[in-house]
Ligand binder design. Structure first.
Ligand SMILES: [Zn+2]
Length: 158
């Protein structure tokens, strides 16, 4: 057996001799991540598997109505996180589409919303820091506005 580092939890683990391509340790969470990755790649490469997977999901939804509504009720934190990640994906998609339109020669429309401007006097809130480039997890931050004479200072706490 050879010592190796798990691709998910980064902990050392012993690789079995008969599994040369073992990148993940045997922890439940790491195996879940490995399977999810395998499935994602399989769906990307294999059209038949993709169709089969979609059909299976639809069947499951038909048999289990209200599951996701229930899930969102039970997991408000995860729901909020997913909502934000979806918003980021939508923005990326929108930007891509805008780039395409710009290439076609149509005038580009840029919408820019300044969050702090719209919330200058009560920036007492929770924010999710979402990395745009690196594929790492989102980070929840509490941003508090500390009022002083000029009402302009702010601080960030993690
Ligand atoms: Zn692991």
């Amino acid at each position: 057996m050879k010592q190796d580092i798990c691709a998910h939890c980064r902990q050392p683990f012993s690789r079995y001799r008969n599994r040369k391509n073992q990148d993940y340790c045997s922890k439940k969470e790491c195996q879940r991540v490995r399977k999810a990755k395998w499935k994602r790649e399989k769906i990307e490469k294999d059209a038949v598997f993709k169709t089969y997977n979609q059909q299976t999901n639809e069947d499951w939804h038909a048999k289990t109505p209200g599951y996701w509504k229930d899930y969102r009720k039970r997991n408000p934190e995860k729901t909020e996180r997913n909502r934000i990640l979806q918003r980021v994906r939508n923005q990326k998609r929108k930007k891509k589409a805008e780039k395409k339109i710009a290439k076609m020669g149509t005038p580009k429309v840029i919408a820019k919303v300044d969050v702090l401007k719209s919330n200058t006097h009560q920036a007492f809130n929770e924010f999710w820091l979402v990395p745009v480039i690196a594929k790492v997890d989102v980070l929840k931050a509490h941003i508090l506005l500390i009022p002083d004479k000029s009402q302009r200072q702010s601080d960030t706490f993690f």
